[in-house]
Ligand binder design. Structure first.
Ligand SMILES: [Zn+2]
Length: 276
């Protein structure tokens, strides 16, 4: 089983049928991991295990969603990587997926599946309009008590909708995640295009539109992008950043001829530049 499948199997074992029942500390405690909140130096969370008991220490962040993600991450280490101790820089899916090590990514994936199991998360995302609005995704993020970034990345990952999500600052792209069924050949611009709504938002223009149809060449650097349209939504993200949701409304974008030279790296989630 993958780390994500193991987390979802645990959720199923508890018979959890609504997001409000996803009490991550109780699930952890049941598995022998106690959670404490204390200031930590140089990391966000630690895990120390002895025998079949462990203590996870989480640095209080004032953000409940991030703390829950950290608990899920440490529980991932405890259930997947027993016998090791960890000092983690986790606080948010969009941040900690930037880490290089396999074990950190496994713990992140475990946490995302534990907090947003497909069986509960997918119907919640689909319960809105055909094209989910950020307002709807925010409601879902609140119901699951996760950060907005964690929710949009998970939304792409569960692959129910033809979406690409990304975060940009004025200096360029910071991370992106695409639904696996979206053709890999679509390459996002490294810098925001000044035709995009996100460009206006990140550069502080007031009163601009944040949702609407766009020519795909405002977002993609492929030569044929100008032939297609996408639905763009944007909202302020972490400081100085803009969160972008692109809904690929144009089915022709899925059928356009594949050009192997445009193949991107194998991961559907990519991170660029310094993460913090
Ligand atoms: Zn870790």
């Amino acid at each position: 089983m993958t780390p994500g499948q193991r987390a979802e199997a645990l959720v199923a074992e508890f018979g959890i049928s609504s997001p409000s029942e996803l009490d991550v500390e109780a699930i952890a405690f049941d598995g022998g991991m106690e959670v404490r909140y204390e200031e930590l130096d140089g990391c966000e969370a630690t895990l120390v295990g002895v025998g079949n008991k462990a203590i996870a220490t989480i640095r209080p962040s004032g953000n409940h969603g991030r703390e829950r993600f950290s608990v899920g991450h440490e529980l991932g280490h405890w259930n997947l990587h027993r016998g090791k101790s960890f000092r983690c820089r986790v606080d948010d899916l969009s941040e900690n997926l930037a880490s290089d090590t396999v074990l950190e990514k496994e713990a992140d994936s475990y946490a995302a599946h534990l907090l947003m199991p497909r069986a509960l998360f997918d119907p919640a995302i689909r319960s809105g309009a055909k094209i989910p609005s950020f307002k709807h995704i925010e409601e879902v993020a609140q119901a699951f008590e996760v950060s907005m970034a964690a929710a949009v990345i998970r939304m792409a990952e569960v692959d129910s909708l033809p979406v690409i999500v990304a975060s940009y600052s004025a200096k360029g792209i910071r991370w992106r995640a695409a639904a696996p069924h979206v053709p890999r050949r679509w390459r996002l611009h490294q810098m925001l295009d000044d035709d995009s709504f996100a460009y206006d938002l990140v550069h502080g223009s007031k009163g601009q539109r944040c949702a609407g149809k766009q020519s795909a060449d405002a977002w993609f650097s492929n030569d044929d992008a100008e032939k297609y349209e996408v639905f763009e939504q944007c909202m302020p993200g972490r400081s100085g950043e803009v969160l972008v949701l692109l809904y690929l409304t144009d089915t022709d974008m899925f059928e356009a001829r594949f050009n192997p030279s445009s193949l991107e790296r194998s991961s559907s989630v990519q991170y660029t530049g310094r993460m913090r």
